[in-house]
Write a protein that binds this ligand. Structure first.
Ligand code: 0X9
Ligand code: CA
Ligand code: CA
Ligand code: ZN
Length: 408
């Protein structure tokens, strides 16, 4: 394989053979941008020159794939330049991707859902992003205007800007649960649950990623150099080498837990669902891409159980995780089996609120930067691929331990 030359962008796409969580965590701690894991043995990373040398020093087998910018350019729609002052760019997805929703289109879609289904869907802004965009939460349930005594579920999508397929996943579940309400199985789920959706947790990052009409491979929010929202949550924040203190890192955890407006908005919303001392939200799936994984807590430790996560709970997490994965062909495992993370949403949901929280890593199973940008022609198949997993998850949201025949 060709080695990096001085003529390239200074950011390299590499594949590192790292067979264990410890090796993958070691790679992540070098500060490289970890893109995804191939069958959990090879990880694709973006490294600068110094990180490339640090990776070589680990002795782990390394394959130079190519230049980061050249790979994105191979999509034909890439631009790393900042918009000129006063010239914001097209603010939209390029051709081949127009089936994806930008912020305005996502907002319009949610508003249309409420107009079409006023008794089933309601929409509220739960707060503002760093750049002052509304963060929308849509609720789906029967008698939607009434806060009924039904188990609540929250789907969160798109913490990471470039993971555009996840917005489509949230929108697809919304559509299925409203447009298909006449279906008795759907009606039963919708009537017995209150389902919340935050389809775009990181709208500023999304708009930045597409603002020039080309993709930039952007992950974080847009505060300063960007905070990785999935390292900014307040349960064991920054505890364990699973995030970075360097502002330029793609896993920058921020100066303090919930320093990012976007995580803080969702924290406040979830906190507000504690009523009479009881958390109403029982379950959460946080959608990411890519690697086709179903992950459960904790991410901060490789131990299967930990204070606040006992053996019975771990067995319930694992069993439901495996059952969901059996329906979509993803690989089920504990989050830290991938690599150590701290300050992630699932650790906070469970550690702080005992909300059964899973992370789904969507299509595709492997690849480099282009894997964040599958053509819009895959949206329908790759979102409906999760229909059965999502429905199973919602159906167990009254009592996840039911899945191992333990009562709640
Ligand atoms: O690193 C992440 O935040 C997730 N991968 S991604 O490529 N979408 O950025 C994986 C998180 C896994 N760990 C936990 N869910 N705790
Ligand atoms: Ca209801
Ligand atoms: Ca309720
Ligand atoms: Zn992600």
């Amino acid at each position: 394989m060709a080695a990096p030359s001085n003529a390239d962008s200074g950011r390299y796409l590499l594949e590192v053979t790292a067979n264990t969580s410890a090796e993958r965590t070691q790679v992540a701690q070098i500060g490289v941008d970890v893109l995804g894991a191939t069958k959990l043995t090879t990880i694709s990373v973006v490294a600068d020159k110094a990180q490339y040398r640090a990776l070589q020093a680990t002795g782990l087998p390394l394959k130079y794939v190519g230049d980061f910018e050249k790979e994105l350019k191979s999509l034909g729609k890439v631009d790393f330049s900042d918009p000129q002052p006063g010239q914001v760019g097209t603010q939209d997805f390029p051709s081949g991707y127009t089936g994806y929703h930008n912020y305005a289109e996502m907002t319009a879609e949610l508003q249309q859902t409420v107009r079409d289904h006023p008794t089933l869907a309601s929409l509220r802004s739960i707060g503002k992003s760093y750049q002052n965009r509304d963060i929308w939460a849509l609720k789906v349930s029967d008698n939607v205007a009434t806060d009924e005594s039904e188990p609540e579920v929250i789907f969160t999508c798109n913490q990471h800007a470039r993971e555009h397929l996840t917005v489509e996943q949230c929108l697809q579940i919304i559509k299925r649960y409203t447009d298909n309400y006449a279906n008795s199985a759907i009606k039963n789920l919708v009537d017995t649950r209150e389902v919340w959706f935050v389809p775009m947790v990181n709208p500023d990052g999304v708009e930045y990623d597409i603002a020039t009409g080309s993709f930039r491979g952007w992950r974080k929010n847009r505060q300063g150099n960007g905070t990785d929202l999935n390292r900014n949550w307040g349960y064991k924040w920054g505890c364990c080498g699973g995030s970075s203190g360097s502002t330029t890192s793609d896993t920058y955890r921020g100066p303090s837990a919930f320093s990012a407006p976007e995580t803080n908005v969702i924290k406040n919303f979830v906190d507000s669902r504690v009523i009479g001392g009881v958390q109403q939200i029982k379950t959460n799936i946080d959608f990411h891409s890519f690697s086709e994984l179903v992950l459960w807590p904790f991410g901060y430790t490789t131990a299967n159980t930990a204070p606040g996560l006992d053996a019975t709970e771990e067995r319930a997490f694992r069993t439901l995780g495996q059952q969901m994965a059996a329906t979509n062909g993803y690989t089920p495992e504990q989050a830290s089996d991938l690599y150590i993370t701290d300050g992630s949403i699932d650790d906070w949901m469970w550690g702080q609120h005992k909300i059964w929280s899973y992370t789904f890593e969507m299509y595709p199973s492997s690849g480099g930067l282009n894997s964040f940008y599958p053509r819009d022609t895959v949206i329908a198949a790759q979102t409906s691929r999760n229909d059965r997993a999502v429905d199973l998850f919602v159906s167990y949201s009254d009592c996840v331990k039911r899945v191992i025949n333990v009562s709640c």
